[in-house]
Design a protein around this ligand. Structure first.
Ligand code: HEC
Ligand code: HEC
Length: 289
């Protein structure tokens, strides 16, 4: 009977720590933030139906290729990495996969107002313009022209699924290194530091410092987790964002699946061992009496 009482006391305090103290400490250290918004409601929606073949012309007239390459369409990047870094502070991403990885409402908003879509209004304004020039239209209906450009980007995006690494490269690789996978940013470090105000950290083991839960809201809206940060919002679709996170897990935490699997085995072993020990005790005492 005495053992049972001890067991109850131990279980009680374990439960208090597990369901009371730990969640409380967690809520203090990581205050709850609203989950990622993959509809990008703050940017409004563009309901115009885009025309991809018109968009191909609009895309060229809008001057996107003055800064971005579209390698899959035989349009190489207009500048080499050094010149692009010197002009913009960062090498603008190739747009071959943009239609597949970025949300279409985000793309529409980005084309019209990069500073707003990227949530960097605290850094850029009329006196210090964002390096990506806003598209003011070719004289027709602006929303229609933008929808056409987005439809074009979607039409040239590869049909075959992109690898997790490719999505990371497109979305994060212009700023962040991934040393453990030997993937380095092409942007010049000094120019990038001057542009961002700080050098973007290497992300090789970032997944261990920041949970996947943190990343899932951070990428979609960095300001929610790190108010005032210069990292722009990356307007990925939910699928593309999950690919980025799973790539970071693969590189930075290769043993995660193994470790979690081991956890269950260990608990199973402990339960079995406890039962055996108990049975053994009962047997011994029966013999003693
Ligand atoms: C004057 C140069 C310039 C022009 C013109 C330009 N961009 Fe950009 N674009 C940039 C730069 C620089 C970045 C990277 C900004 C950063 O990382 O802070 C960028 C980023 C992007 C991104 C990535 C956004 C993200 O969330 O990561 C997309 C998509 C994009 N541009 C599409 C376009 C399209 C479509 C056009 C034409 C309508 C266009 N750009 C015109 C310079 C330009
Ligand atoms: C235009 C450059 C740029 C792009 C693109 C970019 N980042 Fe960042 N990132 C930064 C900068 C700059 C910082 C440092 C922020 C700070 O200290 O305020 C940062 C910080 C981070 C951090 C650390 C956050 C923290 O709490 O300390 C993570 C994680 C991160 N980025 C992930 C990503 C991922 C994932 C992507 C792609 C989906 C990405 N970043 C795209 C510039 C960028």
């Amino acid at each position: 009977m005495r053992e049972l009482k001890i067991l109850v006391v131990v279980l009680f305090f374990t439960a208090v720590v597990y369901w009371g103290v730990e969640p409380f400490a967690h809520s203090q250290m990581h205050p709850h933030v609203a989950p990622a918004d993959f509809a990008f409601k703050d940017l409004g929606t563009n309901d115009k139906k885009g025309n991809a073949s018109k968009g191909a012309e609009t895309f060229l007239s809008a001057g996107c290729t003055g800064c971005h390459g579209v390698a899959s369409q035989g349009m190489p990047s207009p500048m080499d990495d050094a010149a692009a870094s010197a002009s913009f502070g960062v090498v603008p991403p190739d747009l071959s996969n943009a239609g597949a990885i970025y949300d279409k409402h985000f793309l529409s908003a980005l084309i019209k107002d990069p500073t707003k879509a990227l949530k960097v209004e605290h850094k850029f304004n009329e006196t210090r313009p964002h390096p990506m020039i806003a598209f003011y239209g070719l004289g027709g209906d602006l929303d229609q022209e933008v929808a056409d450009i987005v439809a074009y980007l979607q039409s040239i995006a590869p049909i075959a699924p992109l690898s997790d690494k490719q999505v990371f490269q497109d979305a994060c690789g212009r700023c962040h290194d991934m040393k453990y996978d030997k993937a380095m940013s092409h942007s010049d470090k000094a120019a990038l530091t001057a542009y961002m105000g700080t050098l973007p950290p290497d992300l090789s083991i970032m997944i261990r410092a920041k949970s996947d839960e943190y990343l899932s809201t951070f990428i979609n809206n960095p300001q929610k987790q790190l108010a005032g940060t210069s990292m722009p919002r990356v307007g990925l679709t939910e699928k593309a964002q999950n690919q980025v996170i799973s790539y970071m897990e693969k590189v930075g935490d290769r043993k995660k699946a193994e470790r979690e699997d081991l956890g269950y085995k260990l608990i199973g072993y402990m339960v079995l061992f406890t039962l055996l020990a108990f049975a053994w005790k009962v047997k011994i005492w029966r013999e003693v009496h």
